[in-house]
Ligand binder design. Sequence first.
Ligand code: MRU
Length: 369
Amino acid sequence: MKVNGTPYRSLWWDEAKSALQIIDQRWLPYDFRIEQLSTLEDYCEAIRGMHVRGAPLIGATAAYGMALAARIDPSEATLAKAWDALHNTRPTAINLRWALDRCRTALKNTSLSERADVALRLAHEIADEDVEINRRIGLHGLEIIKQIAAQKPAGEPVRLLTHCNAGWIATVDWGTATSPMYQAHDAGLPIHVWVDETRPRNQGALTAWELGSHGIPHSYITDNAGGHLMQHGLVDMVIVGTDRTTRSGDVCNKIGTYLKALAAKDNGVPFYVALPSPTIDWSVSDGVAEIPIEERAGEEVCQIQGSLADGSIGRVQVTPEGTPVGNPAFDVTPSRLLTGLITERGVCDASAEGLAGLFPERAACASGR
Ligand code: MRU
């Protein structure tokens, strides 16, 4: 997507420097900074410290991390260490393990002398695939938006609500939840997006930045406003992303997603999850019982980052010094609260049968474990 008129992906390979370039998201939406990743520790810190974030982008970044490791030393021992180091950066997004396993498997079947080239080609492939998956999710989501638009008076915008940032900068391009929004807007279908702030890290500000850059009408709202808006008929559809979805359709996503799904159910508002297949964890069935929830640093809650009056980027404390804090970063929305899953292969029920219908080859492997 474009930033100030220039097309970007959220990461790209610089051939001349032989290094990965990323958009360092810690400074968005106030400052657009590009960072070069040159060492394995750069890659680990970029994922751990959320310079890159969002499940698909974490996976693609890790693939380039494995490519770097293979270039430095293609031995099994080094690749195993790189796998561990990258895997230990963040626990929730299953795309991380998916990408790392895909690289490890491919490299095991490759001679030592060819590993560096094969690993880099694979990282490019994973990044390109992510773009295509998200484009397709957008097209399937667009069909749902069109159906909703057809029920409304001509020209009235379809009002969507989203939580966190499942936008192009959380992926390589297009985004997951935002892809149907971009497709709808580009097709001339009027939409308006309610953007949840998404405390504690306010990823909603990233979504607002993205939508604003693309000219999509939107309003930034506090996390507590969604239920009220739904109760008053001001939301036609919710679309969120996911960091890990079980084979039975339970969705782990940014903290607060579950509350939005409860409010949507109570108000008869369709609630969809944009789900790229690498985000499905086929090894897990009951999301609430089986997915460990990442507990993040207390400062994320006690402090807020923003643009200060002098133009610098800074943090302010919002609680009394020393206040004890709880900060679960994700929650699980049970499949029964969801209207459907929008995948690259189409839309399905949030259920084991629904996912198995679209991905029979994966479901068969999972049941044969
Ligand atoms: O903690 P983050 O910012 O990496 O988490 C990202 C999310 O939770 C998003 O909501 C998103 O839906 C999943 S990635 C497309």
